[in-house]
Design a protein around this ligand. Sequence first.
Ligand code: HEM
Length: 500
Amino acid sequence: MGILTEPSTVALLSIVAVTLLLLLRTSRKFYQHERQLGCGEVTSEDVSWIDFLGITKLVEFARHFQHKTALEYTDQLFTRYGSTYMSKILGYRIHFTCDPKNIKHILSTGFADYDSSKLRGPLFNPITPHGIFTVDGPDWRAMRDQLRTQLSNNRGICDFAMFERQFQILLQHVPSNGQKFDIQASFISLAIDIQSEFALGDSISNLHPSPAPAKKHFAEDLHVIKETIVRDGFRGPLRHLSSKLEFRQSCVRARRFVMGYAEREMAKHSAVKMQTSDQGYYFMRGLCDRGADAAQLANQTLSILLANDSIATTLSGIFFLLSQHKWVVSRLRQSILDEIGSDLPTYDQLTKLVYLRYVIQESMRLFPAAPLNARTANKHTVLPFGGGPDGKQPILIRQGDVLVFSSWSSHRSEENFGAKPEEFRPERWEKLKGDVPGFIPFNKGPRICPGQNYAMVVVSYIVARLMQTFSTVTDYNPGPWVERISMTLENDNGVLVGLS
Ligand code: HEM
């Protein structure tokens, strides 16, 4: 029998023909839909026709992530293809944008059309199966409300005595006489210590020379969890090729550790029910008082602890930049001494330190904690810009398309931030409005960081206290910032400074 008359071959050819027909019909439908909505064609990244599935693109992206050039690479692609373009990776349509109007649309105006959970769920579920980072829709709304009631009274939740205690421990890690040390490593430990005391009412004591073994292991497990989540996020489906044993074991242990706190909190709560407690506020207690169960306490608290690195990134960025800009150190220090002198800062004093705010904003502009972020479209929808020959027409987004938005690139726009956007110049904020298009260190819209105000106070407190204590920040860094994308952005070389 000839090969074409074999029944299996006929069946195969029929399947191929039907698939092609269906694809053609779908493409035609989308084309008509595009025309009806006035959408233009989006620029697509050049790929060889052999790689129509986008396999080399995924490998290239993973390679840049490994070589610590992913941000530079995406930035170059924006220069080549424009502020919004499309790539195909493993058959998925991925739209990259750094256009502030499109970013605003994804985060605010068109918020309901885009989900976070589809990308993050598979990565975060082993550690926070029902945490705020991994849910959308009504479940997200309920969690967000629960968080809002906890974080809205910023003055009430800022424990200045705790900040000062943690600051004094940090000081013990600063070598004398302006000798070199890695302030980023100290800030990472400080951030987890402050955040755990805020969340659990008990610090993990990472800065302590000999923390309790259980706390030490928890900090190590958190580290493994964050590294794996981020690495796997960049690998996409290729993540399934590597073993997840260490990650899963770390997740089990970390959950058990936090669950222990949650159960003790529940037990304490029932013991003192109806009595007024004179103990101070911490996040888990606040949630418990509002009726959360043990699983909710664990999920929400772990989510808060996963978010803590952003404080370390922000502080590290500030000191990396200060070490290279002596005149900013002088002006910043003087402005702090003029307002506070050598006293411990108060909440009201910190909010009056305008130049300190400029320094923080300028550092978050150049080193945003979340330099790349992504959403998936939960329905066919439209992105307002990026289509047509001049990029001014809307583009059709199909259900399931991924949208990657880059604050790394949107924060480097001359149009929005003025001349020489690559330069650290806090003074530029004297002329900028608070709400600069494309400036999204805490994101925007309904999913804006709920810890923003708290984080600004923590960062301000630590910078103010360091500036009150030291007058010189010496630069020992071997070169420019080398990106290391962990749960947030870090400098792969550490941040090497001396304080005197
Ligand atoms: C300087 C420090 C911080 C920065 C730069 C920062 C930045 C961000 C950003 C960019 C997001 C949005 C992520 C996304 O939607 O993809 C986010 C979300 C979040 N942040 Fe922060 N954050 C900081 C500190 C904090 C702190 C201290 C807390 C807790 C007290 C916190 C809690 C959260 C939570 C729970 C979310 C998820 C919100 C949601 O999905 O509705 N963050 N943060």
